[in-house]
Ligand binder design. Structure first.
Ligand SMILES: *[C@@H]1O[C@H](CO)[C@@H](O)[C@H](O)[C@H]1NC(C)=O
Length: 191
């Protein structure tokens, strides 16, 4: 075999290996133990420096149909964008503290000034469907660590620049940051 074909074989092998390992993150793969440690699940900031996100059980990642569970950490002085979604969402705060900003008047043209709800370790709260909200780590000293459970995955979030942006102008972010890789996988597999 010539040098050129050896290089080609190597390149193809690497390409197949990459495609395979990428795909295996996004499918309910055989051989993965039923009981696993969350320390072994993929963790990333998905391009958002103050975030750490783990999808514990996901629609695109694991084929979940009705619910999805995330474990997230947000650094001090940072938070989620202002956003809304038509799924149910429950937060369980494991460590740290912060503030929930919630605009409950979704029948108006824009969210408007939100109500502020301080929360702490062991706080839990749910977000009313379609209400614009933002979760912020307002604690300057400690990471905010929480579990999120959503219904009807994969999530379709509408993001606002500010609380006075009209609901109709909010930008759809779909797939959400951590769903992007698995959302594209079926198209890549067809190549
Ligand atoms: C949270 O709840 C658990 C279980 O009741 C308890 O052991 C822990 O001390 C609580 N943590 C805080 C910060 O209140």
């Amino acid at each position: 075999m010539g040098v050129e074909s050896s290089v080609t074989v190597l390149a193809l092998t690497l390409l197949l290996f990459c495609l395979k390992s990428e795909a295996s993150n996004c499918q309910p793969s055989e051989g993965v133990p039923l009981v696993k440690s969350i320390d072994e699940l993929p963790q990333d900031n998905y391009g958002i420096p103050a975030l750490s996100h783990i999808t514990i059980a996901g629609s695109l990642l694991h084929g979940m149909k009705e619910v999805e569970v995330w474990l997230e950490t947000i650094a001090p002085g940072s938070g989620t964008p202002i956003h809304r979604h038509s799924c149910e969402e429950v937060f369980v705060v494991l460590k740290g503290s912060g503030t929930l900003y919630l605009a409950t008047n979704s029948h108006l043209e824009y969210p408007g000034q939100p109500q502020e709800f301080p929360f702490f370790a062991n706080s839990t709260f749910h977000i009313p469907v379609n209400d614009a909200h933002q979760v912020w780590n307002t604690n300057q000293d400690e990471d905010l660590h929480f579990l999120v459970i959503i219904s009807r995955p994969p999530i379709k979030a509408f993001i606002y620049n500010d609380w006075f942006m009209p609901h109709t102008a909010a930008n759809l972010k779909f797939p959400i940051f951590w769903d992007e890789q698995c959302f594209q996988t079926p198209a890549k597999d067809e190549l």
